[in-house]
Design a protein around this ligand. Sequence first.
Ligand SMILES: [Zn+2]
Length: 299
Amino acid sequence: MVWRKVFSKSTSERDAEGNPAESHPAAPNREVPPHLAQAIEKRSAGGPPSNQDPEQRKLAGLRRRRVAILFDIEQGELAASPDNPWTQRTDLLGEAMTNVTDDLVEASKVEPGPCHPVPANPIAIGAIESGDAASVEFTVGNNPFLYSEDPDWAERGHQIARGELVRRSGDVDVLVPADTPEDLREPLRAHLGDSLFVMASDLRDRVLDGEPLPANPTLAGHAAPCPICGGWTDWRGTCQNCARRNARIMELKREEGRLLDERSREAEERRRLIEGLPLARKRLRDVETDLARLGETFD
Ligand SMILES: [Zn+2]
């Protein structure tokens, strides 16, 4: 999104003397205006500070401070004007928030998930090894499956997390019912493959944790319809269609929160600049009085 670039911020602050840092917080485009930058350069010219006498150094310091205050005043006056960058950005952020709100409405719509019934073919649980190189065997109808952990994992050693089970044998294709519509065959094959992996991992973990194994599992338990969208749920009851929708909703809500924060920062920045104007003007009078004492004149 383009506005993201427009609003990318740095967090640098001003230094103790009130000189603007290289980039200003909340305003990457608000650099020192060219005429002020020129003034700074002109004023700074005249050799390294170590070669200056104390009065020259004081003069240089006051001049720098005056330029910084002039910058603050310019910013404050700009912020106070009806057509200012802060209000423009706040408006743009408002538009972006409207878009996000529309996207949220759209993303919250429950689209029906893919579904086609699978038969309740019994699953017979075979040998389960839960040692360093775990393996899980089961048979779906007449189709044997073998999962085992990657042998590389055991050799790497010193890992607390278990390795992932990998399907060594077993054909998921034959589990897809013959009457499955053509456009659902591949999605169902992928879904059953994922769900059988989830079950294999669950069986291994149950043995590891000394928990009872599921009674009478069937293939139908790998494709029960989701109560929300009607799509397939996996062995653990997870619906990918709903999970994707929920992830998208969460992403948009985070975006909404970020935009709200950004908008209040813009408003706060503008308020701060406007409220700082009287003080900045007083500081300008003070510094110009000091400069006048040293013989400085102003245009
Ligand atoms: Zn669902």
